[in-house]
Design a protein around this ligand. Structure first.
Ligand code: KIV
Length: 611
């Protein structure tokens, strides 16, 4: 039976059509929401930029949300995001990201795929023990979730990792599309249903009362089969049903209809939460996610900066800001519990730790997202900011530079530096601020004015770095047209011991890297090297990014295919000298690789004899 749902927070001209959910199902479907052109004209002037968040976050009950308009944010940056090529993070980096996600107020953190390797299990466990037990002043503590294929050993590993959290969740999945079942799983439909049912039941039997199930490649699966398998896993105890468009194949209307159909035809659906997981292969992940929520999904799976396999996932910042900006007017009053002021810091942290750079024109968090360079736009902005701005930068944790009046130079102090960093979205304190201040002073001595880009390069070089195993002492090179380049490098290890090595090479960077290799003695392959001058002029700061691959010990299992893959590690460095910047980037990548493995084991690999 169709019902007309009127949201009290939406202006009277906005009514929402909801489909057939029973009265004890708190999930209205908003799929038929179509405000008229007439009603759009009536949007009050004050509503044309984002409104501030409103209601309190409802109580957490795994299979039910007391407020029908609340959408849970499930962040999978540390699982789907981290498994993308080059995005490897160390355990400490993952823990930092998890803390930032908790600050943002995400409802569920998918902290990893514990069966992938011992390191992955340990990282998820550490997050569950630490972040999963910090209750904020509003009583919120994020659910900590671990991914598992429908295998007993994966489910055991996931439970072993997440059970330490106040709110642990196991997320198990199996493919349901014809192509995946035939070629990947080599299983019949009946076998797939039986595996799913028994593994959900097994997860519940371990004592986990929050179990999510995903039919992988649901976007290309047969509808009737989906209703059947989903009905069976509900009976087996699943509390959330996640509907993945695994290969980013669906378009918004189609994906919204899929969610609506699952809501209308799956037996027992009123007892669980429906979730979306949209990949971005056609660039439609955010649109599909919103369509899914409008059709009744009340959990959305997203990643910071939209990172993830291939073209990535729906991005947290886009989805959350869409709800915040347009939720009341055109998305049926849907809202989230995210504190959007922490978005910029989360984005920068993930960018630095994953090594996956955000394109300048990326929505919400790209460097140009709030830059109004054309004369016409600037004129409009000066007359009224909202002429070209639908979100105020402060809402995502960015402050306007032309309003602060802070210009940094060699006489600027710590406070001015900290204030400017805050304006740029970085929260830096303590020893990190001290280290940054001395690097800043060094640059400011050499340049008249230190720009925001210089500061960002320095933050990236000082703050977002892996734990130090090796530190650059000195590097000296000779190069030119007369012969081979030669480099002498002095490195200092974590115990303060110094090592010196010399090498020749085809150029200054090659000879310096070879000298570093003679000290660190790890078999690595340099996969990528790139350099950028971050400011104009001859006294620019250069940032270098490298990507390296180590030997066979750095392997993990891919959740989707079960294949073993070699981890790659990124490193960045900054400096006014291009060779120094390059060596810093290389050492940072090596440190990251060493930090990924157990420290003591890694140190045994690292050569320590005087050369
Ligand atoms: O893309 C996908 O199907 C997934 C599932 C495991 C949710 O990542």
């Amino acid at each position: 039976m169709a019902t007309l749902f009127t949201n009290p927070n939406v202006s009277a001209t906005h009514t929402t059509h909801i489909s057939s959910f029973s009265s004890n199902n708190p999930i209205p479907s908003l799929f038929h929401l179509k405000p008229s052109i007439h009603s759009q004209k009536l949007v009050p002037f004050t509503a044309i930029i984002c409104s501030l968040s409103r209601s309190r976050r409802p109580e957490y009950i795994p299979n039910r949300i007391p407020d029908p308009a609340y959408v849970r944010i499930f962040d999978t940056t540390l699982r789907d995001g981290e498994q993308s090529p080059g995005a490897t993070m160390t355990s400490k980096e993952k823990l930092d990201v998890a803390h930032q996600l908790a600050k943002l107020g995400v409802d569920i953190i998918e902290a990893g795929f514990p069966a992938a390797s011992k390191d992955d299990l340990e990282a998820v466990k550490m997050i569950a023990q630490e972040v999963g037990n910090i209750v904020d002043q509003d009583g919120h503590v994020p659910v900590i979730c671990g991914l598992a294929r429908c295998h007993k050993k994966d489910i055991d590993a996931a439970w072993e990792a997440v059970k330490h959290a106040k709110r642990p969740r196991i997320h198990t999945f199996i493919a349901t599309s014809e192509i995946h079942m035939k070629y990947k799983l080599k299983k019949s439909k009946e076998e797939v249903i039986e595996t799913a049912r028994s593994m959900v039941r097994y997860a519940r039997s371990l004592g986990c009362n929050d179990v999510e199930f995903s039919p992988e490649d649901a976007g290309r699966s047969d509808r009737e089969f989906l209703y059947q398998i989903l009905g069976e896993v509900i009976k087996a105890g699943a509390t959330t049903l996640n509907i993945p468009d695994t290969v980013g194949y669906n378009v918004p209307d189609e994906f919204g209809q899929l969610i609506a159909d699952i809501g209308a035809n799956t037996p027992g659906i009123e007892n669980v939460i429906i979730s979306t997981h949209c990949q971005n292969d056609l660039g439609l992940s955010t649109a599909n996610t919103l369509a899914g929520a409008c059709a009744g999904a009340r959990q959305v799976e997203v990643t910071i900066n939209g990172i993830g396999e291939r073209a990535g996932n729906a991005s947290l910042e886009e989805v959350v800001m869409a709800f915040k900006c347009r939720g009341e007017q055109v998305l049926g009053g849907l809202y989230t519990g995210i504190n959007t002021r922490h978005i910029v810091m989360a984005s920068k942290m993930v960018e630095e730790y994953s090594g996956l750079h955000v394109q300048p024109h990326k929505a919400i968090v790209g460097a140009n997202a709030f830059a109004h360079e054309s004369g016409i736009h600037q004129d409009g902005m000066l007359k009224h900011k909202q002429t070209y701005e639908i979100i105020s930068p402060e809402d995502i944790g960015l402050f306007r530079s032309n309003e602060s009046g802070i210009v940094l130079g060699k006489l600027s102090g710590r406070h001015a530096l900290k204030a400017r960093l805050m304006e740029l979205g970085y929260e830096v304190d303590g020893t990190e601020l001290d280290d940054l201040f001395w690097r800043f002073k060094d640059v400011a001595e050499k340049k008249k004015i230190t720009t925001d880009d210089d500061l960002i390069a320095l933050v990236s070089d000082v703050v977002f770095q892996p734990q130090v195993v090796w530190k650059l002492g000195d590097v000296q090179v000779t190069c030119g047209t007369l012969g081979l380049s030669t480099a002498t490098v002095r490195l200092i290890d974590a115990d303060g011991e110094e090592r010196v090595a010399c090498s020749v090479g085809t150029g200054p960077v090659d000879s310096a890297y070879k000298a570093v290799d003679l000290i660190v003695k790890l078999p690595v392959t340099l996969l990528e090297y790139s350099m950028n001058a971050v400011t104009e002029g001859i006294d620019a700061i250069a940032t270098t990014r490298v990507l390296i691959r180590g030997d066979n010990i750095h392997t993990s299992t891919k959740a989707s295919t079960g294949e073993t893959f070699h981890r790659t590690f990124s490193g960045t460095g900054a400096g006014m000298d291009i060779v120094v910047s390059s060596v810093r980037a290389y050492i940072n990548a090596l440190n990251k690789m060493l930090g990924f493995k157990n420290q003591s084991e890694s140190k045994a690999h690292a050569g320590k004899s005087q050369i």
